[in-house]
Design a protein around this ligand. Structure first.
Ligand code: ADP
Ligand code: ASP
Ligand code: MG
Length: 432
């Protein structure tokens, strides 16, 4: 028995029936002798709908107002869930991020948590009540304005509270049975993994596996908070994200499976359809030009991912530089480069939004030869063309046409022997 922070994602609180199911689950956990803090996301696709609404009234809304609008989604869920729990005879109190003590910097739309002072949450717990906290939001001390943590940020709210309250576990309830070897929505043969390390999960999340927010996993690693990803629609054990498979002591009392020792070479395959490719054409091949290009993009506050510079063609001393950026930032990247076009002396810029990034992740890659060979053969046999390549110690990523994403994920998944016998269950959600 201990302190549990339980986060319920949008599909787990999508309608009244789901909210009643969650309320029962929370009350059962409390009745079993645990202290429970709940974090909720907005109901169903509410956040996307609010974004659509904003677009209809303003193509480029002020960040402050957009954050104010979006945080309303989580407020609805927290109040409704508190009502449902109260109806089951247990006191529940809802809190906005600001009331729960989630202090952030003032960057609207992707604020970072800088402090968590959950005194009101602790007080509610001490009084035997169940605190329900609105995920994905905080308040900036500088500006006193409401901020959001970026899409999927409720996971990070949950782990930040778990760390501050010294919880035994942070449970992330979602619409699939845990973490799989690929997104079960596009790879039905994906296999659920019982355990995964923070490092592997960080690579998967960074590569587009949105089952956990990247910063949630980083935060959990830093404070060594065990993450437990599971479905709110089933009683399956789910997946534990922990530091090291050789030391499962932190989850000893939480798992019915006992110690799981197999350390697979490959943790999984991730895909990401949210990037675009920008090519700067005919860049003078001389020292300083790459720095100038990347400085211009950095000054616009844009994160780049993969970078390729082609060899300069004979005689011209010019080369093309290609990189990927979030699709939403393509316009900004183009205009920041146009501003320095004369200075750098390149000929043109081309943007391509029809790309997918497919990544293979596994800690075993470090010590097993042949992983790249199998990966590229699988992609070639599937008839898919590779446009860019990048690697880290435990990841290989390629860029393909967006239409090839599913074929590529499935081909690589099969080639590494990851296919399960049955089909993975997706309980709810639209995948939006
Ligand atoms: P929530 O609303 O509960 O936060 P999300 O939609 O953010 O849910 O995340 C859950 C979804 O993540 C799943 O429905 C699944 O489609 C997707 N997903 C992507 N990669 C994986 C993976 N490796 N394992 C499990 N789910 C994954
Ligand atoms: N509601 C927010 C989103 O859709 C935050 C979250 O669900 O984690 O991105
Ligand atoms: Mg999510």
């Amino acid at each position: 028995m201990g302190l549990i922070v339980a986060k319920f994602g949008g599909s787990s609180v999508a309608d009244a029936t789901s909210i009643l199911r969650v309320a029962k689950r929370v009350v059962d956990a409390k009745k079993a002798g645990n202290e429970v803090v709940v974090v909720v996301s907005a109901m169903g696709d509410t956040t996307d709908e609010l974004l659509d609404l904003a677009q209809q009234v303003s193509p480029n809304p002020p960040g402050r107002e957009l954050d104010m609008l979006l945080t309303a989604g989580e407020r609805i869920s927290m109040a409704v869930l508190a009502m449902a729990i109260s109806d089951l005879g247990v006191e529940a109190r809802s809190y906005t991020g600001s009331q729960a003590g989630l202090i952030t910097d003032s960057t609207h739309g992707k604020a970072r948590i800088i402090d968590v002072s959950p005194s009101r949450i602790q007080e509610a717990l001490d009084q035997g009540a169940i605190p329900i906290v609105a995920g994905f939001q905080g308040v900036s001390l500088d500006t006193k304005d409401i901020t959001t943590l970026g899409r999927g940020g409720s996971d990070t709210t949950a782990v930040a509270l778990a760390a501050a309250l010294n919880a035994d576990v942070c449970e992330i309830y979602t619409d699939v049975d845990g973490i799989f070897s690929a997104d079960p929505r596009i790879a039905p043969k994906a296999r659920q993994v019982p355990r995964i390390t923070y490092d592997e999960m960080m690579e998967l999340a960074a590569a587009g596996a949105k089952v956990l927010h990247l910063r949630c996993v980083e935060y959990a690693k830093r404070f060594n908070v065990p993450l437990h990803v599971r479905s709110s629609f089933s009683d399956k054990e789910g997946t534990f994200v922990i530091a090291d498979l050789d030391d499962q002591s932190k989850i000893e009392n939480l798992s019915t499976l006992g110690v799981v020792m197999e350390q697979p070479i490959i943790a999984g395959v991730a895909h990401d359809l949210s990037d675009a490719k920008v090519t700067v054409i005919a860049v003078p091949d001389k020292p300083g030009t790459a720095a100038a290009i990347f400085q211009a993009v950095a000054d616009a506050g844009i994160n780049m991912d993969m970078i390729v510079q082609n060899v300069s063609s004979h005689g011209t001393a010019k080369t093309d530089v290609t990189f990927t950026v979030p699709r939403a930032d393509v316009g900004k990247a183009e205009s920041s480069l146009r501003a320095v076009q004369n200075e750098i002396g390149f000929e043109d810029i081309e943007a391509d939004e029809n790309i997918a990034k497919i990544s293979l992740v596994g800690a075993g890659m470090r010590s097993h030869p042949g992983v790249s060979a199998t990966f590229f053969k699988a992609i070639a046999d599937a008839g898919v063309n590779v446009e860019m390549i990048s690697t880290s110690e435990i990841r290989i990523s390629v860029v393909t046409r967006a239409d090839d994403a599913q074929t590529t994920v499935q081909a690589v998944h099969t080639a590494f022997g990851l296919d399960a016998d049955g089909e993975a269950v997706v309980y709810a959600g639209t995948g939006r």
